[in-house]
Ligand binder design. Sequence first.
Ligand SMILES: Cc1cc2nc3c(=O)[nH]c(=O)nc-3n(C[C@H](O)[C@H](O)[C@H](O)COP(=O)(O)OP(=O)(O)OC[C@H]3O[C@@H](n4cnc5c(N)ncnc54)[C@H](O)[C@@H]3O)c2cc1C
Length: 554
Amino acid sequence: MAEPTQFFGDGRRDQTFPTLEPLEVERIRRFGETRVYAAGEALGRVGETGHGLTIILSGRVEITRGAERGLPAPIVSHGAGSFIGELGQLSGRPMLVDAYAHEPVEALLIPPERLRALLVAEAELGERIMRALILRRVGLIRTGAGGPVLVGRPENADVLRLAGFLSRNGHPHQRLDPETDPDAKALIERFHVDPGQLPIVLCPGGQLLRNPSESDLARCIGLVGPIDQDRVYDVAVVGAGPAGLAAAVYAASEGLSVLVLDCRAFGGQAGASARIENYLGFPTGISGMALMARAYNQAQKFGVEMAIPDEVHSLQAVADPAPKRLSLTLANAERVQARSVVIASGARYRRLGIWNLESFEASSVHYWASPLEAKLCAGQEVALVGAGNSAGQAVVYLAGHVARIWLLIRGTDLAASMSRYLVDRVKGLPNVTLVTEAQITDVGSRDGTLEVISWRRAGSTERVSRPVRHLFLFIGAEPNTDWLAGSGVSLDTKGFVLTGPEAGTDRRPLETSRKGVFAIGDVRSGSVKRVAAAVGEGAQVVAALHAFLAESQR
Ligand SMILES: Cc1cc2nc3c(=O)[nH]c(=O)nc-3n(C[C@H](O)[C@H](O)[C@H](O)COP(=O)(O)OP(=O)(O)OC[C@H]3O[C@@H](n4cnc5c(N)ncnc54)[C@H](O)[C@@H]3O)c2cc1C
C-alpha cells in the first residue's frame, strides 16, 4: 500500500485533495449533471475512458489501486466537496484508479470538455483544481499506482526502453525484478511465461504484452487511440517539443482546433535536458522534463488533442473535392486532415560511426542524461563525447552520481563550443577528466552490454582503454525532415526547412514553400537552436496561421 507521505509528497495533502466550499460547488454546478450511486456501485474503474471530474455532493467514495492485480490498496477516501480525477481526465483518458461508493452517493459529473471550460472560466478555482490534478498524477507516478507493471531484469535493454518511454510520457508504472520480487515470480507463473520472453507488461486492463513495441504498449494503456478520419482540424502540429507545444497552446487558447502528433513523447530534445538554466524566468534552472510537462498539461487544458506516440510518414494536399485541405499519413496508415500544418519535428541526435554501436542503445549508449540513466550508472566510470552546452549540462549532472567521467572532445578547447559558465563548472569538477583531440576507436562488450571503451588522441599511437559500461553521446543533431520527401516543402542543403522569403515569393513569416504549411523551431533553416527561440516561434506562427485561415475561407 502507498504510504500517504509517499503519495502526497511533503506537506501537499491539502493541495492534492482539496475540499471545495458549498458555495464554490454551487457556482460550478452549471458545468455538470448530478447522478446518484448505490452503496458498492462503481463511479469509475481502472481503464475506463471518457470520465471527467466527479465532485462528491454527499456520501463517501473510496479510491483504491491495484485491484486488477488482485492487490487492492486504498489511496484516499472522498467526502462531500472533494472530487475524483487526475490529469488524464482532462482529455478523458483511462482511469488509473478504482472509485467505489462506500454508502449512497450523490455526485456532480463534469465531462472532460466541460472541465476544460471550467478551468478557463473559473481562474482561481480552476488553478486549485488543476494543481490537484497534477499533484495526483505526480503521486501516481511516484508510487507506480494505476499504470502498467513491467517484469524484467532492471538492466535489460527492453525494460529500459519501455520504462524510458513511460517516464518520458509522464505515465505511472511499476518495475518488478523477476529474480528478487515475489510478485514478479507470481505473475510469471500465472501467465506461464518463459524467461526468454521477458520482459512482459501487465496492462491495467489485465492484458499481457510480451516485449511490446512502444506503440503497442501505448495503445494497450490508452495513451493514444484511433484518429477521427473525418474531422478537419484547423491546425495539425507535427512534433511535441517546445516549438510544437508552444504553437499548440497559443493556437488553442485563441480558439483554433489543434491536433499535436509526436512519434515518441512530449518534450522533444528539451525534455531530455537535465537542467535548463538559460530559459527566461527560472533563475535556479528547471529540468527539461518539468518545463515540458507544464506545457503539455497547459495545452490539454486549452483542449489540444494529443496523438503520442504517432509517427507522421508523409504530407500531401487533399485532391478534389476539398482542395484546401492538407493530409498527413501516419506510420499506422491512419490519416489526419487539417486546414494548415505546422512542422515542428526538430532534430535528432547524431550517432558515432562505430560498428554495431546502435545495438547497445538503451542499455549502454545514451543520448541524454536523466535520473533514469544516472541511476543506471551510479558509482561507475562513464565516458561522454561532446563539447556543446548539452554535453556540459550532462557532465555537471552526471558528475554528482558517477565515480568518474571521461569527457572526450574532438577539439583542443571546451570554450570553443561551450558557454563560459558551463566550462567553469565542468573544469571545477574533481571526478571529470577532459581528454582533448580524442576519438573513440572501438568498444568491447559481453552479453549485450558494453564492457570497455578505447580511444586515441590525434597524433598519438597510444590507445587508451577503460572499463566503461555507459557511453553518453552529445555530438549534435540532424533535422527530422525525411518524412517531408515528396511533399513539395523545400529544404536547404543540410535538410532544414526553408521559410519566409527564402521559400518563395509572397510567403508569410515562417511559411514554407507550400501554402498553409509552416515550420518552426530547430527544424527550420536558420533558426536559433534554443528552447526560448523554439517557444517564441511557436507563439509567432499563430498570427500567420490566423491570417492564412482567414484568407483561405474567403
Ligand atoms: C540534452 C539537451 C540539452 C539541451 N539544453 C538546452 C538548454 O539548456 N537551453 C536551451 O535553450 N536549449 C537546450 N537544448 C536545445 C533545445 O532542446 C532545442 O533547441 C529545442 O528542444 C528545439 O525544440 P523543437 O520543438 O524545435 O524540436 P525538438 O525538441 O527536437 O522536438 C521535435 C519533436 O518532433 C518529434 N518528431 C520528429 N519527427 C516526427 C515525425 N515524423 N512524426 C511525429 N513526430 C516527430 C520528435 O519526437 C520530437 O519530440 C538542449 C538539447 C539537448 C538535446
